[in-house]
Ligand binder design. Structure first.
Ligand code: G1P
Length: 271
């Protein structure tokens, strides 16, 4: 049973400057709701009951967002506002499920995930990247079903344009399992067009085995001088860990770039 999720939130958000110069990108509103809340809704709906946030000193506002009880109570005492009460209760529910760990140096996603090691108790855990919103269909829930059925690790996948492969982790496909799922042969972090084995890109939903931590501990820096989760996943694949790529059915919204962020508000209002 997968009951725990990790959400890396320590990134600097440079692709969204100037919006992120003082404000965490994950709290930026998308159609009237912080992007992070869409991710939390997905987790809770998928049956997750403990969520580990990896933040940094610079991202302390994220903790404050969930720990601002006194402020809410003071306002609610003065005026009985139904909407505010509803929002406050929702934040309280999230707060009970969240734990915080810190990654103060931006050394990459792999280094971030390693910080959460002490909290992970199960054989596998879910990881979600908040830049990647998937609407209409709960991708995490579907991936948990695949994990149970095939007894494997799972990563979300989406076809991207060939001239865009260097923005993503790219899969090499072993063989198709069925229409939506395939066995992963290899995964390469942000390859050049000529080195990309396919146009199937890694999207930020992962079900990973606990053993990833032993690989992350020894992981050396990769692309751009960062420690990438992709490089440690690769090592597990080469040790014959079964990894399945899942072509998710929902609507993908890229909230990590300025263009994508602007579009996502418009798109989400149509969903
Ligand atoms: C990260 C991963 C990359 C993946 C992407 C999905 O990149 O390193 O493999 O394709 O998330 O959003 P980032 O967006 O942090 O540059």
């Amino acid at each position: 049973m997968i009951k725990q999720a990790i959400i890396p939130l320590a990134g600097l958000g440079t692709r969204l400057l100037p919006l992120t110069s003082v404000f965490p990108k994950e709290l930026l509103p998308i159609n009237g709701k912080p992007g992070l809340e869409y991710i939390l809704d997905e987790c809770v709906d998928a049956g997750i009951n403990e969520i580990i946030f990896i933040i940094s000193k610079k991202k302390k506002l994220i903790k404050k967002y969930f720990y601002n009880d006194i402020f809410f109570k003071r306002i609610l005492k003065k005026k009985k506002d139904k909407r505010l009460k509803y929002e406050y209760n929702k934040i309280l529910k999230f707060k009970k499920k969240i734990k915080f760990v810190y990654q103060n140096k931006p050394l990459g996603t792999g280094d971030a995930v390693l910080k959460a090691k002490k909290f992970i108790t199960g054989s596998h855990f879910l990881m979600l990247f908040p830049d990647d919103l998937i609407m209409k269909k709960n991708c995490s829930k579907d991936m948990i079903t695949i994990h149970k059925k095939f007894k494997c690790s799972v990563m979300a996948s989406m076809k991207v344009k060939k001239n865009n492969v260097n923005r993503w982790g790219i899969y090499s496909v072993n063989k198709k399992i069925n229409k939506q799922n395939f066995l992963i042969k290899d995964v390469i972090e942000k390859p050049n067009i000529n080195d990309a084995p396919s146009t199937n890109a890694v999207i930020g939903r992962y079900i990973l085995p606990r053993n990833i931590f032993s690989k992350l501990k020894k992981q050396i820096k990769g692309k751009g001088g960062e420690i990438h989760i992709t490089d440690s996943i690769r090592k597990l694949i080469f040790e014959n860990y079964k990894f399945v790529g899942h072509n998710f059915a929902g609507k993908y919204l890229d909230c990590g770039t300025m263009n994508g962020y602007i579009k996502s508000s418009l798109e989400i209002s149509k969903v």
